[in-house]
Design a protein around this ligand. Structure first.
Ligand SMILES: C[S@@+](CC[C@H](N)C(=O)[O-])C[C@H]1O[C@@H](n2cnc3c(N)ncnc32)[C@H](O)[C@@H]1O
Length: 514
């Protein structure tokens, strides 16, 4: 059973969850091209006679770049020659020229020769525009520093903001013909609306790798459904403590009984399991292939699907109930006593490649963020077949780390932790909910500290998952609990066990533990 640890998020006190439940719409998609330019407008007028010297220079520079590119790319123009590619190259060149330039006075750059080239090319296919940076704050259509890089002649056919989407947009042959026939407006437009703030830049998404190289694998993003942009958030591969969250890591808290300082190499190859297997009953949680062992996995799946059959504990004063705005404090609805996995950590003597270090090594599966066709927004899918139980860590929908509340007596509000990937998170923030028969199950994993108060939530596949299948997780939402600090949505999971349609009585208990 393979594992992949995904979600990473910001840890904050549970009480600050309120108001964070919705994920901001709109975001930035950044192509692998250059960063947004300083003020540049490449307008439609033919100013070949009166262009300012700086523009003339830029124009020459631009044309040379296009020519160089064409020479490199189109030495032999074969029957498959694509105008689309040429258009993309043109956009690239504009961006490069604009980025190179420091002259803010230049406002126009005539590209008539390039468009003439297009006119003469008998373009066999539709035009397209590249993905561009977008407004992370306001969503679509983009409002902030952005590049609008498109043919003016498209304006008659398409609203300007429709020209650029998260991916690319196309216009039909008639539109293309109209464009080619339009002799009055034949240039590219690059418009700057305002300067990017450092925060804008940090939250730009690279569609080729939204993790920006911070994971062991690249994680691409595609939208084949509509023009919606990904939400604005900062990708972080590790949890970060936010606000005044009560998280205390210290070597001193890891006692000798909780680590294997005398181990060497791979703990899984020891004839007798070391101290790090105590948490899982004296046997390691993982197989030599890095998968969660079947028995543990089945138990965790059963716990999620049928919590009533498992041990629940009830807080004297439940922080979850306290966080609701009710006048009367409702009794605790119960929390599952969960199974933990404990990995080897800093104080252990084994190697970093030890088989009892899986979640801490990060994502190693080929995953992709994609726009779901069923109205659930963005989702996460695997690009490769996953056997039962590959895992990945941490996540998205705000989750209470309540697995050990029972042993903590009366918990102060600031001690109750919540994983929230609304603004900072990893790819697991895109995992959508599926009632009951989801293909992922979450298991708490200790990596830094043995206190069960702070832990990672790792996702493991509950069955074999086909390539391109969406990865889903049962959030355990009680769709009828309107007081819950994290507001539910209208579930479109498509499961025949969907609790948003017919709600079995057990769901209230499930929801209560999150
Ligand atoms: C953790 S995010 C998942 C990623 C999200 N789809 C997005 O586009 O960013 C959780 C949100 O996704 C949507 N969502 C997740 N599962 C859903 C489902 N089964 N039906 C409808 N919406 C869902 C809800 O809006 C929910 O608040």
């Amino acid at each position: 059973m393979p594992q992949f640890e995904v979600p990473i998020a910001v840890i904050h006190p549970e009480s600050s969850t309120e108001g964070n439940s919705s994920i901001a719409n709109g975001s930035i998609i950044q192509s692998d091209g250059p960063e947004p330019l300083a003020s540049q407008s490449l307008d439609a007028e033919d100013k070949s006679d009166g262009v300012p010297a700086s523009s003339s220079e830029t124009r020459t520079n631009f044309l040379k770049r296009v020519e160089d590119k064409c020479l490199r790319s189109y030495k032999v123009l074969d029957p498959n020659f694509s105008v689309m590619k040429l258009m993309r190259d043109m956009c690239d060149c504009f961006l490069e020229v604009g980025t190179d330039s420091t002259d803010e006075s230049q406002e126009t750059l005539d590209v008539t020769p390039a468009i003439d080239l297009l006119k003469n090319s008998n373009a066999p296919e539709a035009f397209g525009a590249r993905s561009m940076p977008f407004d992370p704050l306001n969503g679509s259509p983009p409002q902030v520093p952005r590049l609008t890089c498109t043919l003016n002649c498209m304006d008659d056919c398409i609203q300007p903001d429709e020209n650029i989407t998260g991916n690319s947009c196309e216009i039909d042959k008639q539109t293309e013909q109209n464009c080619l026939e339009d002799t009055n407006s034949r240039s590219l437009v690059v418009v700057q609306q305002r300067q990017l703030t450092p925060d804008d830049i940090r939250s730009l998404h690279d569609v080729n790798d939204i993790a920006k190289g911070q994971e062991r694998v690249v994680i691409s993003l595609v939208n084949e459904i509509n023009s919606e942009l990904p939400p604005s958030f900062h990708y972080i591969p590790q949890n970060v403590v936010f606000q005044n969250a009560y998280v205390n890591f210290s070597l001193a808290r890891i006692g000798d009984e909780n680590c294997c300082s005398t181990c060497f190499g791979d703990c899984l190859s020891l004839p007798t399991p070391c101290a790090c297997a105590h948490e899982t009953g004296g046997d390691f949680a993982y197989t030599a292939e890095g998968l969660v062992k079947e028995e543990l996995l089945e138990e965790c799946v059963s716990m999620n699907r049928d919590p009533q059959q498992h041990c629940l504990f009830y807080c004297k004063e439940c922080p979850l109930e306290r966080s609701k705005n009710d006048d009367i404090l409702e009794p605790c609805k119960g929390h599952l006593v969960r199974k933990f996995i404990k990995e080897c950590w800093w104080k252990c003597g084994c190697s970093k490649q030890c088989g009892n270090r899986v979640v801490q090594r990060g994502i190693n599966r080929n995953l992709q963020v994609f726009m779901t066709p069923g109205g659930k927004g963005w989702g996460l899918r695997t690009l490769e077949e996953l056997p039962k139980a590959p895992g990945s860590e941490e996540h998205a929908y705000p989750v209470l780390l309540d697995a050990d509340w029972g042993s903590e007596g009366v918990l102060k509000d600031e001690e109750a932790l919540c994983l929230d990937a609304t603004y900072y998170g990893n790819v697991a923030r895109f995992i959508n909910h599926r009632c009951f028969d989801s293909n992922l199950v979450e298991i708490p994993v200790e990596v830094e500290t043995p206190d069960h108060h702070y832990y990672h939530l790792a996702f493991f596949t509950t069955r074999k998952v086909e390539a391109l299948e969406e990865l889903t997780w049962d959030y355990g939402i009680d769709f009828d609990d309107h007081d819950h600090p994290v507001k539910a949505f209208r579930c479109r999971c498509g499961s025949k066990f969907c609790r948003n349609i017919k709600r079995p009585s057990r769901s209230r208990n499930r929801a209560a533990r999150r």
